[in-house]
Design a protein around this ligand. Structure first.
Ligand SMILES: Cc1cc2nc3c(=O)[nH]c(=O)nc-3n(C[C@H](O)[C@H](O)[C@H](O)COP(=O)(O)O)c2cc1C
Length: 167
């Protein structure tokens, strides 16, 4: 519960790199996510190359700026060839993305969920940049680093959003 309630988007990072052990645990957390019929329609592209990270900023300069300083990013992609239940890859990959954010939070790492799908221009640019197969669609990019900013937990609980038994 602590990781869920204290997680915030962290967009500023120290220069410190992410250890292989931490990276592996983030990916294990991602693959521990629930998926439709346990189809696990996800694939992950780990980006450590600073030149490529900087290049990715150009795809959406207003939204992907933090990749300029991030030591690492994980692009979460749906693989339509792995789908049993058509269209559910979006939920599968969203659950995997959130698991990465929460695992990182519990390790004291900072992340941001960067939206890709369904923005066609971003999907197209990333598919080209990383040579993704036709059936692979990027859903999100998670920027990961050691936090160089602190944010207070945000309480968004709103009783009026809860509808019991009927709307
Ligand atoms: C689907 C999705 C797409 C997002 N895309 C971006 C993005 O492109 N750039 C960015 O800086 N933050 C992005 N965010 C992060 C949100 O801005 C952030 O989660 C929201 O403002 C709430 O703040 P918090 O994460 O600190 O609680 C995205 C979040 C989600 C869930």
């Amino acid at each position: 519960m602590k990781a869920i309630f204290e997680r915030r988007s962290i967009r500023k990072y120290t220069g410190e790199s992410i250890s292989d052990k931490d990276l592996e645990e983030l990916l294990k957390a991602a693959m521990a996510a629930p998926s439709a019929g346990n189809q696990q329609s996800w694939e992950f592209v780990v980006i450590k190359d600073r030149v490529i990270l900087k290049e990715m900023v150009g795809i959406h300069p207003d939204g992907y700026q933090m990749l300029e300083d991030a030591p690492l990013a994980i692009m979460v992609c749906g693989n339509l060839d792995r789908e049993i239940y058509e269209g559910y890859w979006v939920q599968d990959c969203s659950a995997a993305t959130e698991n990465i954010l929460l695992a990182a939070q519990s390790k004291g790492l900072g992340t941001v969920w960067l939206g890709v799908y369904p923005m066609e221009n971003r999907v197209k640019a990333l598919k080209k940049m990383f040579g993704l197969p036709e059936k692979a669609i990027p859903l999100s990019i998670v920027s990961v680093g050691h936090p160089a900013e602190k944010k207070k937990p945000s309480n968004r609980f709103d009783q009026s959003r809860i509808h019991t038994n009927i709307w």
